[in-house]
Design a protein around this ligand. Structure first.
Ligand code: ADP
Ligand code: MG
Length: 243
């Protein structure tokens, strides 16, 4: 069985064990092309583990992962057509912003003119043109996170994976970047899978929210549906209306 054509990411009966501990249990999730999915849940519920499985940074114990209809379960991360943005910026401190953006492309052997074109586009979208010759130490937290997003952007991938990209920022910046990520999605119309434990981020960003607990998706629905009609006490307590 393969994923339907309009499915961007399809996760089928995915389980992941660390030794004797089951962290993800027979998990299924179909993400539509262009959809913004938020994985929401308390710390330790398996959000990062799920994202890392999709990215290919962790081997699954059982199950299959399809991206754009192709079984990528055993593909290398670089061959999966995904770009990932982490909580910590993981920029190379000795390189300028421009070199940080181009590094992966240079390693992949992308032609120089193409690299320049993609950097110009990403820098414009993220409004980091004036920062290209600076080094990470000379950037604010918000600027660094923009560069981190830029590194995924220049790779021209179909699917973006975000792991709590705003958690290290203060409330004001978090709110600002939330809006920018939303606009970015509107502009690119690509598929985004976004991990957070922040209910406000989930409510404002998601087309659908997957509420997770103990390695299981408890409910997968539009934000309003989850808020108004939580399927159980856990979801209600985490996100539902107080009534
Ligand atoms: P979240 O991102 O939702 O906070 P994680 O996916 O990081 O949760 O972790 C889920 C569970 O898996 C936690 O109980 C965590 O302790 C455990 N875990 C994560 N990574 C490992 C590992 N490499 N080895 C053993 N257990 C791990
Ligand atoms: Mg995590």
């Amino acid at each position: 069985m393969t994923a339907a054509n309009d499915t961007s990411v399809s996760i089928q009966d995915l389980s992941l064990n660390f030794g004797a501990v089951t962290v993800l249990e027979t998990l299924n999730l179909d993400v539509a092309d262009g959809e913004f999915i938020v994985l929401l849940g308390p710390s330790g519920c398996g959000k990062s583990t799920l994202l890392n499985c999709i990215a290919g940074l962790l081997d699954v114990s059982e199950g299959r992962i399809f991206i754009k209809g192709k079984n990528v379960t055993w593909e290398e991360p670089k061959d999966r057509g995904i770009g990932m943005v982490f909580q910590s910026y993981a920029l190379y401190p000795q390189m300028t912003v421009e070199k940080n953006l181009s590094f992966g492309l240079r390693v992949a052997g992308t032609p120089k003119e193409e690299i320049a074109k993609r950097i110009a586009r990403a820098a414009e979208i993220l409004q980091i043109e004036p920062l290209l010759q600076r080094k990470p130490a000379a950037l604010s937290g918000g600027q660094r996170q923009r560069v981190a997003i830029g590194r995924a952007l220049v790779r021209d991938v179909d699917v973006f994976l975000f792991d709590e990209p705003l958690s290290n920022l203060d409330a004001k910046l978090r709110a600002e970047l939330r809006v920018e990520i939303k606009l970015l999605h509107r502009k690119l119309q690509n598929t985004m899978i976004y991990v957070t434990h922040d209910q406000i981020e989930a409510m404002t960003l998601a087309d659908r929210i997957a509420v997770m607990k103990g390695g299981v998706i408890q409910q997968l629905d539009a934000p309003q549906t989850i808020y108004n009609r939580p399927v159980n006490r856990f979801v209600a307590g985490f996100l539902g209306s107080p009534a």
